[in-house]
Write a protein of this length. Structure first.
Length: 147
């Protein structure tokens, strides 16, 4: 992870300026697994991600650019096989796109800063939002809350 941040000059947990970089540049900056999810809209296998059953207090960031995405208090155990959240940190954290691939009608979610594919959002989550943001662990970095 440290190598990624050194090589990736766009990675910042405080800069919220949009990033418009070619996929060729991203490919040179990101590890192969992160690039696959972020730029090729890949999906990790269910129940394999490091944050699926993760429950420490803290903040989840975009692994491609460092944009704050979700707080741990918005995470819940959905048993779907991927980390699930019921709300993002802010409206600007996430972009929403229609996704009609694989003969399904879904809503894709991407990073509001770098447009990295994160996963999908569904309307079967818990209160208070009723939403389930189903996110790939590979595209997340986590920073534990300091006590």
């Amino acid at each position: 992870m440290k190598d990624r941040k050194k090589k990736n000059s766009f990675y910042s947990k405080t800069d919220n300026q949009p990033i418009d970089v070619s996929n060729t540049e991203w490919k040179n900056m990101l590890p192969e697994d992160v690039y696959f999810i972020a730029r090729e809209k890949g999906t990790e296998r269910p129940f394999t991600g490091k944050y699926n059953k993760h429950d420490e207090p803290g903040t989840y960031y975009c692994a491609a650019c460092g944009n704050p995405l979700f707080k741990s208090d918005g995470k819940f155990n959905s048993t779907c096989g991927w980390p699930s959240f019921f709300e993002p940190i802010s409206k600007e954290s996430i972009n929403y796109l229609p996704d009609n691939s694989h003969s399904m009608k879904r809503t894709e979610v991407e990073c509001g800063r770098c447009k990295a594919h994160l996963g999908h959002v569904f309307e079967d989550g818990p209160p208070p939002t009723g939403l389930r943001y189903c996110i790939n662990s590979v595209i997340l970095d986590f920073e534990k809350k300091e006590e």
